[in-house]
Design a protein around this ligand. Structure first.
Ligand code: MN
Length: 233
């Protein structure tokens, strides 16, 4: 019974999607990461990162905050010359785009990356290429961890801490609001390989004003295989 109900809901959803595709023809753009941008499900259950990140925070953070960035980005680019651009293309020319594209495009890009950078199987010390680069460029894992945590802790107000590759070298930095190192207008640039959201909405329910504890626990869920995937070969 439950099964057939689910099938019915699925079929109804597909029919609605098919209708939307025929009407607007825009859904075909999705696989290339263009408008309409979509909210991918979390790559794990909402409670999978407990006790470090609680279920309610994950549900609101992904289902409300990230969803709002996606919806508002779609509204901001609809019917403009920006419709049809990929997220990466939008980031690269951000100095020319309206604030709504900067805030919501950044928000969509950053959160999409952030969910995958955590995993219930994560934590511990990195191995592989990222471990080599951390040793070569940042004085080893403990020094790196201290510096990244400090960048996350000292970012005033809302923003993100980043580990990027720039000119072949790892660098640590942070950005305000939903800016990121791919935006042409950012002071801190590079190819992001690790990101930490330090907006209060990312931790306040569980940690209140204790951003430091949230950052400390982030290390227990970092998905180093995803970091290595982003680093490439
Ligand atoms: Mn966030």
């Amino acid at each position: 019974m439950e099964h057939s109900r689910r099938d019915f809901i699925k079929a109804a959803g597909l029919a609605a999607l098919a209708g939307a595709t025929m009407k607007t023809g825009i859904l075909s753009a999705s696989p290339e990461g263009k408008e309409p941008f979509t909210l991918a499900p979390l790559p794990y259950a909402a409670d999978a990162l407990e006790p470090y990140i609680d279920r309610q925070t994950m549900e609101i953070h992904h289902g409300k905050h990230h969803k709002a960035y996606v919806d508002n980005l779609n509204k901001a680019v609809a019917g403009t010359a920006l419709a049809g651009m990929t997220l990466e293309q939008l980031m690269a020319g951000m100095s020319k785009h309206p604030a709504a594209v900067r805030n919501n495009g950044g928000g969509h890009y950053n959160h999409t990356m952030f969910w995958k950078l955590m995993s219930p199987a994560g934590g511990g010390e990195p191995t592989g290429k990222i471990a080599e680069l951390i040793n070569r460029d940042l004085g080893g894992f403990n020094t790196f961890k201290e510096q990244f945590s400090s960048a996350a802790l000292s970012r005033f107000g809302s923003g993100w801490a980043w580990l990027v590759i720039r000119d072949g070298k790892l660098e640590i930095g942070s950005t305000a609001n939903q800016d990121n190192p791919l935006m042409d207008l950012s002071d801190f640039k590079g190819k992001p390989v690790l990101a930490l959201d330090v907006w209060e909405h990312a931790y306040y329910l569980k940690y209140q004003n204790r951003r430091k504890d949230y950052i400390e626990n982030f290390w227990k869920v970092v998905n180093w295989s995803e970091v290595n995937r982003l680093v490439g070969k």
